[in-house]
Design a protein around this ligand. Structure first.
Ligand code: NI
Length: 189
């Protein structure tokens, strides 16, 4: 059923949409998650959020070690008790080739549900907390491009431009809309 799912790439507008809570823990959801793990492994990623496979629901998966027993599923996650700040390099399966420094909370608590609907309540620091924050961002339509400072934006201008052109060539029916001239004039006043 989810065989045709694939990871969508920047600047696909579906990546910018906030996702809706998961209402039912059913077979559908289990199949979606199984397919997401497949895609994450193929792409050699450590985390993948449902909106990255064009499913706008609040769910992400991760595997921080690459060991099968470390597969984790977080449904309807809630982050709290953020403490400290730490900067480190991040990439994103939806923005191939991008690698930028992002500041994240060092310590964090996550409350969520697992695939069976059982409550999860965990705390983590460092790498795992970083993955939680990155994937959680996806559920709110926030991408690494939104976390980049002006220097990183400039440094990665060409890469992002190339991704934009690739997307435009693959989606000729939906060219990016330019604001009408009227709006532009109103703004400059
Ligand atoms: Ni990502």
């Amino acid at each position: 059923m989810f065989d045709n799912l694939k990871i969508i790439h920047y600047p696909d507008p579906r990546l910018k949409q906030p996702s809706a809570p998961v209402a039912e823990f059913n077979e559908n959801l289990r199949q979606l998650v199984a397919r997401m793990f497949e895609l994450m492994r193929q792409a050699k990623g450590v985390g993948l959020a449902a909106p990255q496979v064009a499913q706008n629901i609040r769910l992400f998966i991760l595997n921080a070690t690459g060991q099968p027993e470390d597969d984790r599923v977080y449904v309807n996650p809630f982050l709290s008790e953020a403490e400290g700040d730490e900067e480190a390099e991040e990439g994103c399966l939806s923005i191939p080739g991008l690698s930028v420094n992002v500041s994240r909370s060092k310590h964090l608590r996550i409350q969520a549900h697992d695939l069976q609907g059982n409550p999860i309540d965990q705390k983590a620091s460092g790498y795992l907390a970083r993955i939680w924050q990155h994937e959680f961002d996806h559920l709110n339509g926030t991408l690494l491009t939104d976390r980049m400072g002006p220097v990183a934006k400039l440094a990665n201008r060409r890469l992002l431009r190339e991704l934009e052109e690739k997307y435009a060539s693959e989606h000729p029916a939906s060219p990016p809309k330019k604001p009408p001239l009227k709006d532009k004039r109103a703004k400059s006043r």
